[in-house]
Design a protein around this ligand. Sequence first.
Ligand code: ZN
Length: 127
Amino acid sequence: MTQNSQIISTGLRGRCPNCHEGQLFEGFLKFAKSCESCGFDFESQDVADGPAVFVILLASAIVVPLALAFQIKLDPPVLLTLAIWIPVISLLCLALLRPFRGVMFGLQIANNAAEGQLEQSSEDDAD
Ligand SMILES: [Zn+2]
């Protein structure tokens, strides 16, 4: 198993990216403070809204064409279309969010991702 596939597999299962055993989550979407198995600090990283962006894009790419085809083929009342597809896209987003958070957390740690910072030039160092 390559490193990236192991990171993705570990994230999808909601396991610690360090030891691949301990639980990453203590709630539905809330990360635990640290790994129960190896003690790895989960509070050192924050995935913020990153997973939500990917989930919204993916869920929209799946649901919008289906909803459009449904609307065009069957021509139902708009309220019926909304009553069907709003819960579908909501449930799909909820189902995808936790695994995406786990994967992004693992990738962030594996790639030492951090907030962008401006490099100091050598002239600034001389001051
Ligand atoms: Zn661990």
